[in-house]
Ligand binder design. Structure first.
Ligand code: HEM
Length: 392
């Protein structure tokens, strides 16, 4: 075998280390449990096994383990508040009035079923043209910054290990019993939270345009005049006309397309600052930061112009993207155990599905909306035989 020089071996080590996504030093608000990284990898492996079981071994396309059904992606404009107070001018928000192109992916959360199934819905925003080195070690030059949301203020588990226990309820009934018995009161609270997010979600039956979406977990907001954890939220700019959905397995995407045939939609992007003494924590995904203790402050406006987004080509493009909280500037670094674990887990699952689908295997981040805008075919077959079958 060819011998490697010391320098080459060193470089290989450095590159293996960076692919392993070296941990960031913790902020003063964070506290990491022992074995956090190993636990995250274990959960990542379990989620990949679920993707294999649910899709790959059945000859289907490998979809995301979580948020598999892309209801649709829409292009948008993300504009920083032109009158943003100086103390909030940092990172993505450094220049008041600056406008970025963006792509928004709306998704179902818990399962791949159709739009009419009761479930939490995700909103992932990818902003383009964001300068500065990003946090993902193997994509430092990406010009994208992602903001991931769900349409409820909190996550149904305190940390990634508890979430792993919830995942096991589905995949491994034997370990699930042990998990429930380990802390029945807390488990009951978590199972109720999962039900509140899905069958009991107050947004069920509402248009995606009417909902408020939350980061659920904390991020940093750091600049020359500010250094604080925040949560973020995307909410309609004003009252949105309520309409009945059509009851089909495409009811949410049909409603969104109808609205975008008629005109634009508007959302405010807002941040909520951490407050000492208000019971706020950064490590606990179930900890709600009450708005009466710290209100959300609008820092940007999202305009979704009139457009045709419901086409097979756009659904496929949208499915092949990777949204990841660590596609981020250090000024808005993800915080807490759930976010630190997501850095590892999302990369593992995304890597698996891209390699399995033999699409975009190196997963380069798009630089702008040019590829998206080149998808002009209006063919829409509900992405038959490719998309997750509705009602599965
Ligand atoms: C330990 C906790 C969590 C785990 C293990 C987890 C796992 C995952 C995985 C594996 C994916 C698919 C990644 C890919 O293939 O590209 C995903 C997507 C997603 N997750 Fe999480 N997640 C967690 C917490 C959260 C939280 C707190 C939120 C709240 C906003 C969230 C929102 C989303 C959204 C919106 C997507 C879809 C992104 C897209 O459109 O591509 N997740 N999650």
């Amino acid at each position: 075998m060819k011998k490697r020089s010391l320098a080459t071996s060193g470089l290989l080590l450095v590159s293996a280390f960076s692919r392993a996504q070296a941990a960031e030093p913790l902020t003063v608000w964070e506290k990491a449990p022992a074995n956090e990284e190993a636990d995250a990898r274990k959960l990542g492996d379990e989620l990949i096994n679920l993707v294999k079981k649910e899709y790959t071994t059945q000859g289907k396309r490998a979809f995301r383990d979580a948020h598999p059904r892309g209801i649709g992606c829409v292009e948008a404009n993300f504009t920083v508040d032109p009158n943003l107070p100086a103390k909030y001018r940092t990172g993505v928000f450094a220049s008041p009035g600056k406008s970025y192109d963006a792509l928004l992916r709306f998704s179902s959360s818990l399962g791949p079923a159709g739009d009419q199934v009761k479930d939490a819905r995700g909103l992932a925003i990818k902003i383009f043209g964001v300068p500065g080195q990003k946090l993902l070690a193997d994509q430092p030059d990406a010009v994208t910054h992602d903001f991931l949301h769900i349409d409820a203020p909190t996550f149904p588990a305190r940390d990634a290990n508890e979430f792993a226990g919830i995942v096991a309820l589905k995949s491994n009934p034997a370990s699930a019993v042990k998990f429930v018995l380990s802390n029945p009161v807390l488990r009951a609270k978590e199972i109720k939270a999962v039900l509140d997010l899905s069958s009991g979600n107050p947004n069920n039956g509402k248009s995606l345009a009417e909902r408020t979406y939350f980061s659920q977990v904390a991020y940093l907001f750091k600049g020359s005049q500010v250094n604080s954890p925040i949560k973020f939220s995307t909410r309609p700019c004003g009252p949105v006309e309520s309409r009945s959905l059509d009851g089909s397995d495409g009811e949410l995407r049909n409603d969104l397309q109808d609205r975008l045939n008629e005109g634009e939609l508007c959302f405010n992007f807002a941040v909520q600052f951490y407050k000492d003494g208000a019971g706020f924590t950064v490590e606990d995904g179930m900890n709600e930061w009450k708005e009466d203790k710290s209100p959300f402050i609008t820092v940007a406006k999202i305009r979704i112009p009139k457009q045709k987004f419901l086409t097979d080509d756009k659904l496929r493009y949208c499915d092949a993207l990777s949204f990841q909280p660590w596609h981020a500037l250090p000024e808005h670094r993800p915080l807490g155990n759930i976010n630190r674990s997501r850095k590892i887990i999302y990369d593992m699952v995304s890597d698996y599905r891209h390699k399995t689908n033999q699409e975009n295997a190196s997963r380069p981040e798009p630089k702008d909306l040019s590829e998206w805008r080149a998808l002009t075919s209006e063919t829409y077959s509900n992405w038959n035989n490719v998309t997750v079958p509705a009602g599965r």
